[in-house]
Design a binder for this molecule. Structure first.
Ligand SMILES: *[C@@H]1O[C@H](CO)[C@@H](O)[C@H](O)[C@H]1NC(C)=O
Ligand SMILES: *[C@@H]1O[C@H](CO)[C@@H](O)[C@H](O)[C@H]1NC(C)=O
Ligand SMILES: *[C@@H]1O[C@H](CO)[C@@H](O)[C@H](O)[C@H]1NC(C)=O
Ligand SMILES: *[C@@H]1O[C@H](CO)[C@@H](O)[C@H](O)[C@H]1NC(C)=O
Ligand SMILES: *[C@@H]1O[C@H](CO)[C@@H](O)[C@H](O)[C@H]1NC(C)=O
Length: 403
C-alpha cells in the first residue's frame, strides 16, 4: 500500500467530483428510467472519459487555491493493523480469512492444501468484504465491518484486498475493478469447488467495491450468491453503463444498497431489491459542509464513508434503523417516503417482499404518481419480487441510530 499524500487524495477527489458533475449533467434526473437506458459504454472508452475530464472548467465549481496544506486525511489508529498476512509477492488480489479465534490466513486460489489447513468453517456464514478506491483491507472500511461481525458472532470473514489495482487514479481503478471482479468470480467458483454453498455467501462492497462485487457475481458458474450489500456504490463513470459493469438486482438473490453520498460520489438510482436512503441519501448529519475548498474532500469522504459506519452499526444492533417506505421511485421526491414499515436497514430477516399485484397497490392512492404506477407496471410485467425504496434518519454522532 503506498502512502498517499493529501495532495493525491485531494486531486483524485477533484477528478472524481468533476466527473460527478459531468455525470449528473448528462443525467439530470438520476431517475429509474435513465438508469436502464444505456446507449454507450464509457468504461470501455477511456479516451472519451479522459476528454470529458479535460474539458472541465474547474473554476466553475471551485475557488481553486493552490495551497492545499489544510487538507488532511485522518486515519483511525484503532483500525490500523499488522498487515503481514498480505503477501507482497502474491497476486494483485488477495483474500484474507479472519475468524474469531485464529490469526488471519491468506487463502490462495486453487490450492486445496492451503484451503484445508485454513480455519474456514463450512457451518458458518461467509462474508466477503471489498473496499473501494484508494483503500485496502487495513482501512476502516474493512476493519469496522470485520470487527463488528467477529465481535458478535462466528463467521468466515474474508477481506478482499485489491489495493494494488485501485491506488492511483480513478479511471485506472475502474479498469482495476473489472480485473478485481474477475478475480472475485474465480475465487467464488473455487470456494464452490471446495464445497462452499453459494447460499452461505454474502458479499459486501463499498464504493467501487460494490461494482467489483457485481462483476464478480456475473462470473459465478454455479448460480447466484445469496446476497450482495452495496455500500454507497461508486457513481462517477457508472451512471450509464450496462448492468454487467455495475451493481444491479440480478447480481444476487438479494441485493440491498445503502446510499449516503448520491450524485456526488455515488449513484442515486435504485440498484438493488431494496435501496436505503439514510437522511435522504446525499448528505449525512455531522459531516462537514460541502461549501468550501478546504472541506470538500473531508465532506465527500465523510458522507461516502458513512455507509460503512451505518452498516457496521446494523451488524451490532439488529434493530438500529427502522425505515419508511418511499412512495416514489424518483429519489428526488424523498419527502414522499412516509409509509411506516417493520423493515430495518441491513436486516434481511425484516425485508418484506411486496407482492406487486396486491400490497403495492394498497398504498394510499393519493400519493401515487406516474412514476409509482410505472414501478407497479414494471413489477407486474417482470413478475419478480419488488421490495422498494426506504428512508430513515440517523443521529450525527455514533451510535447513529435512535434505537
Ligand atoms: C471513443 O471516444 C472517442 C472520443 O469521443 C471517439 O472518437 C471514439 O470513436 C470512441 N470509440 C469507440 C470504440 O466508441
Ligand atoms: C471558466 O469558468 C469561469 C467562471 O464561470 C469563467 O470566468 C471562465 O471564463 C471559464 N473559462 C473557460 C476557459 O471557459
Ligand atoms: C506482525 O505479525 C507478525 C506475525 O504475527 C509478527 O511476526 C510481526 O512481528 C508483527 N509486526 C508488527 C509490527 O507488529
Ligand atoms: C464450525 O462452526 C460451528 C458453528 O459455529 C461450530 O459448532 C463448530 O464447532 C465449528 N467447527 C470447528 C472445527 O471449529
Ligand atoms: C408469476 O409468479 C407467480 C408466483 O410465483 C406464478 O404463479 C405465475 O405463474 C407467474 N406468472 C408468469 C407470467 O410468469
Amino acid at each position: 500500500m503506498v502512502v498517499l499524500t493529501p495532495t493525491i487524495i485531494f486531486f483524485n477527489t477533484l477528478l472524481v467530483t468533476s466527473f460527478m458533475f459531468i455525470v449528473s449533467m448528462s443525467n439530470p434526473q438520476g431517475n429509474f428510467e435513465s438508469a436502464t437506458a444505456f446507449s454507450s459504454n464509457p468504461i470501455l472508452n477511456m479516451s472519451r472519459l479522459k476528454e470529458s475530464i479535460a474539458s472541465v472548467n474547474w473554476s466553475e465549481y471551485f475557488e481553486v487555491n493552490k495551497d492545499n496544506s489544510k487538507t488532511n486525511v485522518v486515519s483511525d489508529p484503532l483500525y490500523v493493523v499488522n498487515e503481514t498476512y498480505l503477501d507482497p509477492y502474491g497476486p494483485n488480489v488477495q483474500f484474507i480469512l479472519f475468524t474469531r479465534n485464529n490469526p488471519p490466513y491468506n487463502l490462495k486460489m486453487n490450492a486445496h492444501e492451503n484451503f484445508v489447513s485454513s480455519y474456514f468453517n463450512y457451518s458458518r456464514p461467509t462474508k466477503i468484504i471489498i473496499h473501494g478506491f484508494i483503500s485496502s483491507i487495513k482501512e476502516t472500511v474493512f476493519q469496522m465491518s470485520k470487527n463488528a461481525y467477529l465481535e458478535t458472532g462466528d463467521y468466515n470473514v474474508i477481506g478482499m484486498d485489491w489495493s494494488v489495482l485501485c491506488e492511483f487514479e480513478y479511471f485506472t481503478a475502474m479498469r482495476g475493478a473489472q480485473i478485481a471482479g474477475a478475480y472475485l468470480g474465480a475465487f467464488i467458483n473455487y470456494l464452490v469447488e471446495e464445497g462452499v454453498d453459494l447460499e452461505n455467501i454474502h458479499v459486501i462492497g463499498h464504493s467501487l467495491g460494490a461494482h467489483v462485487a457485481a462483476m464478480g457475481a456475473d462470473k459465478i458458474k454455479a448460480g447466484k450468491i445469496h446476497r450482495i450489500t452495496g455500500l454507497d456504490p461508486a457513481g462517477p463513470g457508472y451512471n450509464d453503463v450496462p448492468a454487467i459493469y455495475r451493481l444491479d438486482p440480478s447480481d444476487a438473490k438479494l441485493v440491498d444498497v445503502i446510499h449516503t453520498n448520491m450524485r456526488l460520489l455515488s449513484l442515486s438510482q435504485p440498484q438493488g431489491h431494496l435501496d436505503f436512503y439514510p437522511n435522504g441519501g446525499r448528505f449525512q448529519p455531522g459531516c462537514p459542509e460541502l461549501s468550501d475548498i478546504w472541506t470538500v474532500t473531508n465532506s465527500l469522504e465523510c458522507n461516502h464513508g458513512r455507509a460503512y459506519y451505518y452498516f457496521a452499526e446494523t451488524i451490532r444492533n439488529k434493530r438500529a434503523f427502522k425505515s419508511y417506505r418511499c412512495a416514489h421511485v424518483d429519489v428526488q421526491k424523498l419527502d414522499m417516503c412516509i409509509i411506516p414499515t417493520e423493515v430495518y436497514m441491513g436486516q434481511e430477516d425484516t425485508y418484506e417482499v411486496l407482492d406487486c399485484s396486491k400490497n403495492l397497490l394498497k398504498v394510499d392512492r393519493a400519493i401515487q404518481t406516474n412514476d409509482w404506477q410505472m414501478a407497479v407496471e414494471k413489477c407486474l410485467l417482470s413478475n419478480v419480487s419488488w421490495y422498494g425504496l426506504y428512508f430513515l434518519k440517523t443521529k450525527a454522532v455514533p451510535p447513529y441510530s435512535f434505537s
